[in-house]
Design a protein around this ligand. Sequence first.
Ligand code: NAI
Length: 349
Amino acid sequence: MTRTHDVALVRGDGIGPEISEATQRVLEAAGASIRWHDAPAGADGMARKGHELPISTIQTIRRFGVALKAPLTAGRCTGGVVVEDNGASRRHPSVNNGIRRELGLFVNVRPVHGWKDLSGEYAALDIVIMREITEDIYSGIERKIDDNTAEAVKRITRPACERVARYSCEFAGRHGRREVSAIHKANVLHLTDGLFLETVRNVSTGYPGLHFSETAVDAACYLLVKKPRHFDVMVMPNQYGDILSDLAAALVGSLGLAPGANIGADAAVFEAAHGAAPDIAGQGIANPIGLILAGAMLLDHIGEPEAAARVRAAVDAALADRRLWTPDLGGSARTLELTEALCGAAEVA
Ligand code: NAI
């Protein structure tokens, strides 16, 4: 008998509601039985709970341990978001960052691979970016010194580096990957990125079956563009991961294709790598594939690998058919048209 899984759902802002609905439909068509639990945040959280990041949303995700999350907008220069919890209040730089921190999520896993008919010279690219997400320059420690000067703290700790390094090496082993590369700027940031690099290097010695390498972040950008086969699993501090994962997604065709998973000890939140795309929200032309592939990662995580494989096969088939390409891929298909084709292709025979 099919098991029903409980999964929290953050519908998101901008194109979020459109691509969430598409994802729910495709996962269900692939045979997964999911009971969705609304976890409002962003504009939806504000409208329904009077808060951008209600504590009830964090509690819902924690209770079920797994969430599908569509993108949320983050206001620029707003001072961030405050979570009110039983009289205590905690400030985070953004709603996304708040979800990650409140749930103790420590690594953002972003697989990026090329597509035969779509990615041209990057069809052979096949990497997994492991982005540390608890610290670095995004730790939210900023201060204004005077009207013309402000500074931010880049915080790096050995335990956080060890955790992301161990996760990356174990992931590489589990997925038959050959190499883990540490990406850094230790030639300039001797203490912070130096600590990151030293820690990842030490952890990697415990995995003798894996090849370990280290590359400066600027050289890594160059190599990604010039030699698409060069990297395999890449582990890096928060900010470099944020930037490199968008770069890699663009190389293979579109930000709209890239999935991601935020993993912690007690919860996992699956999301697309892109943002809320307010410029195309409500037009019915958003590419839902990034979130749908995040949904496939979710299915693997909850023990539904056959349904996950059906979703991925449906995406492969859709991307081989130019008539189903959305405008970000250079086509003219609408979200609904693509979703229906994906549902048909993913259906259990
Ligand atoms: P964005 O990723 O939303 O958009 C960048 C460009 O890519 C836009 O032209 C957009 O139309 C296009 N695009 C992105 N996803 C697409 C898709 N699925 N289909 C077709 N086109 C797509 O980045 P932007 O504009 O910098 O951010 C917009 C908002 O999203 C901001 O408030 C930002 O803070 C937030 N954001 C949220 C993230 C999350 O929730 N994880 C991640 C990144 C940004």
